[in-house]
Design a protein around this ligand. Structure first.
Ligand SMILES: Cc1cc2nc3c(=O)[nH]c(=O)nc-3n(C[C@H](O)[C@H](O)[C@H](O)COP(=O)(O)OP(=O)(O)OC[C@H]3O[C@@H](n4cnc5c(N)ncnc54)[C@H](O)[C@@H]3O)c2cc1C
Length: 393
């Protein structure tokens, strides 16, 4: 019996476990994850802003996997490719015949001074809980001192995460104002970014920015608006070091793959490894890299596809199909990306979306998109953990 080890219980790892367990291959499957729960990373910004409690976006790993999968709760510390061994923090080493590396993403600060110390980042459950704690601490300080600087927020970055986060913060303002016995206008929320959600159609972007602006968000969008330094009191940005005061600063400018990728000696760029179209490595063909640690090249522009949950799930499916093809001596199944569309929430009740409709793109905005986002999350839960989890989620 071959030993198949899956590292990481995110979208890619759980999808791989689900398909491996259903595969009828003569394999022993082991999943290693550093928590005994899975968190929906696409909803971490809601925990950060306090619109979701942590338990609303988490599922127990044991409820997500088949009884055929052995689960080890532990932290991966290294991978020995030549001896095909994974080192764990508490449980020694485990050997593998085939590895599915799905260790996911971390936040990227590009060495910006103060970003690690003062920038709130969104990349795992711990960070989400720390973020809402920081907001609550600042609200408490305001209640004590009535110093309005404690009501100042900055969001660095106008990508998906930054815009979705702004939607949640704006949604919370009336509640926070009530708790602090002040007006929503006493809060300042500033987004600083060179551009905002450029992947969307301009009319949808305008709708999103107008909506957030109407809720009190100020935008500084300029190609020069790059954060230079974060301090406890605000953000310096641009060539001439302009300053935006903020006691709560979120850093949402980008992600990289898990640091283990570099430490384990993979040939990587920002902790992402280029895989072939079976999701395996040419250098270590018994290792499949899936999800945010992998880089699948888009042949049309010779750049890697962006890191998304949607792609992570597709990659996991292709990797398992290719292990099956290898073990059953059938034809390989090359990766080909199918876009299911993009949905960006603007708080719990509003959003914008672009969905493929044949050769056209359907553009949506408004409250209905919030419902769509919920359906997408349910569908994702189904794909990684089955029907029961989808209903509970
Ligand atoms: C705020 C936000 C919103 C997003 N919205 C969308 C969206 O709308 N649509 C979309 O498609 N994508 C979205 N994304 C991107 C998406 O979340 C990621 O692409 C996706 O989570 C990647 O899945 P993954 O399985 O590769 O990694 P992850 O989800 O990062 O999972 C990795 C797993 O590995 C575990 N792990 C990490 N290190 C170790 C270790 N050393 N040892 C053991 N276990 C470890 C982690 O605990 C985690 O369970 C969003 C991301 C963010 C942050």
């Amino acid at each position: 019996m071959k030993e198949v080890v899956v590292l990481g219980g995110g979208f890619a790892g759980l999808r791989a476990c689900r398909l491996l367990a259903k595969s009828k291959l003569d394999i022993n499957i082991t999943l290693v994850n550093n928590n005994d729960y899975h968190y929906d990373a696409t909803a971490l910004h809601t925990v950060s802003a306090g619109t979701s409690a942590p338990e609303q976006i988490t599922m127990k790993i044991e409820n997500c996997i088949s009884p055929k999968v052995n689960f080890i709760k532990d932290t991966v510390t290294n991978i020995d490719h030549d001896n095909k061994v994974v080192s764990l923090e508490n449980n020694g080493q485990i050997k593998f015949d085939y590895l599915f590396n799905a260790l996911g993403f971390e936040s990227e600060t590009f060495g910006t001074p103060g970003a690690d110390q003062y920038g709130l980042q969104i990349w795992n459950m711990k960070s989400g809980i720390q973020n809402i704690q920081k907001i609550e601490d600042n609200l408490k300080e305001y209640r004590k001192s009535k110093d309005k600087s404690y009501l100042s927020f900055a969001v660095i970055g106008g990508g998906f995460t930054g815009i979705e986060l702004l939607g949640e913060i704006a949604y919370q303002l009336p509640k926070w104002a009530k708790e602090c016995d002040c007006d929503t206008n006493d809060f300042t929320i500033t987004c600083i970014a060179p551009s905002c959600i450029p992947m969307f159609d301009k009319k949808l972007v305008d709708f999103a920015l107008d909506y957030l602006h109407s809720k009190g968000v100020k935008f500084i969008i300029d190609k020069d608006a790059k954060a230079k330094e974060i301090t406890a009191d605000g953000v310096y940005y641009g060539e001439d070091n302009k300053f935006v005061p903020a006691k709560t600063t979120f850093w949402t400018t980008g992600v990289k793959g898990n640091d283990i990728i570099k430490e384990a000696g993979y040939d990587q760029k920002r902790n992402r490894v280029v895989v072939n179209d079976t999701m395996a490595l040419d250098t270590y063909p018994d290792e499949y890299l899936i999800g945010d640690v992998s880089a699948v090249m888009d042949k049309e522009n010779n750049r890697p596809y962006p890191t998304t949950g949607q792609i992570s799930i597709q990659e996991a499916s292709i990797a398992v199909a290719n292990l099956k093809a290898r073990l059953n001596n059938t034809k390989k199944v090359p990766f080909s990306y199918k876009s299911l569309g993009t949905v960006c929430s603007l708080g719990p009740t509003m959003g914008i979306a672009e969905l493929p409709l044949g050769k056209k793109t359907m553009k949506l905005k408004g409250h209905k998109v919030a419902l769509l986002k919920h359906l997408v999350r349910m569908n994702t839960a189904f794909e990684i953990a089955g029907a029961k989890s989808a209903i509970q989620n």
